[in-house]
Design a protein around this ligand. Structure first.
Ligand SMILES: O=P(O)(O)OC[C@H]1O[C@H](O[C@H]2O[C@H](CO)[C@@H](O)[C@H](O)[C@H]2O)[C@H](O)[C@@H](O)[C@@H]1O
Length: 289
């Protein structure tokens, strides 16, 4: 899901009621003529309106997208050069150039992007890659007989989707996954998402750590005139909400149409409200060039 890291100089106080206020953009505007799914997380595309809104926000405020999907995949459907990307639940970060090795240098590469801009790639689970490839192959081989199973390569983690698996087959699928993961005790572990089981390297690194990394490398670690926003709809976004909460500075915003237990302090109901919020944020940014 998306985060907007906002350099907050001065301006209106943003509270829950403003966040939930509509700006006259209706969901039907967002669909691009495609069925189901409007958001960054639950769709494999984003609408041109959402893309434009993210671009506009990024023109004013440093913005990053932190996702469970692989970084390449997220870039492929967001296609914005104006934002930073962190894929694999934050284990693959393309961030601003970093000349000081404040993070473990062996996981960090300073390089150039396609446009010749300096960037830093930070991959704290780098040494797991060959084993992840082995795991991926084994999972694909052992689950191919279970109709509806989708094994997704997210580079530093593997998602096994079971949304289309028959109820009576689910137990067998979970047993296979557990069996494969148990071959690598303390190296990989299993987490659960929406109709998806995810296999992740057992390192202490999540979306919250990625958020802290991005804030640090953008030079926003303890600045008092910086107010980060983080928007997310997934269980794994809770780690980032917690980071903002513990800093006591920033806006953790959950996107959910139903009440949920969360560490976020604010909420938006759905992608149409996210869009409204982003448009409003960008307009507000226009006022302070
Ligand atoms: O971190 P996010 O960007 O919020 O991504 C979380 C997961 O997103 C994808 O799964 C979600 O979309 C699927 C349909 O595209 C849906 O079937 C699933 O239930 C959703 O969780 C992605 O495929 C996963 O790898 C991500 O972890």
């Amino acid at each position: 899901m998306a985060i907007g890291l906002q350099k907050w100089l001065y301006g209106p106080q943003v509270d829950g009621s403003i966040l939930n206020q509509r700006l006259g953009v209706e969901p039907s505007d967002l669909n691009d003529g495609k069925p189901n799914g409007l958001g960054l997380a639950d769709a494999t595309y984003i609408s041109w309106l959402m893309r434009s809104a993210v671009r506009e926000v990024a023109r004013h405020f440093p913005t990053a997208i932190i996702s469970g999907r692989s970084r390449d995949k997220v870039y492929e459907f967001v296609k914005l050069d104006e934002v930073y990307y962190a894929g694999s639940h934050g284990m693959d970060i393309m961030g601003p150039p970093l000349h000081v090795k404040s993070y473990d240098g062996k996981y960090q590469i300073n390089t150039l992007d396609d446009k010749g801009n300096e960037i830093t790639i930070f991959q704290p689970a780098k040494e797991y890659l060959p084993t992840i490839q082995k795991l991926l192959q084994e999972l694909r081989e052992r689950t191919c007989g279970i109709p509806g199973t989708l094994v997704e390569d997210n580079r530093f983690c593997i998602s096994v989707h079971y949304r289309n698996v028959l109820d009576q087959d689910y137990g067998m699928l979970e047993d296979i996954i557990r069996d494969v993961v148990s071959e690598y005790p303390n190296i990989f572990h299993l987490t659960r998402g929406k109709k998806v089981l995810e296999i992740r390297p057992s390192i202490k690194w999540n979306k919250g750590d990625a958020l802290v990394y991005l804030l640090d490398t953008l030079g926003f670690s303890d600045s008092t005139n910086v107010l980060p926003f983080y928007l997310g709809d997934d269980k794994t976004d809770e780690d980032a909400f917690k980071v903002l909460r513990s800093r006591g500075h920033g806006y953790p915003i959950i996107v959910s149409s139903v009440p949920r237990e969360t560490s976020a302090s604010y909420s938006l109901r759905d992608p149409s409200e996210v869009l409204s919020f982003l448009i409003r944020l960008a307009r507000w940014g226009d006022a302070f060039p």
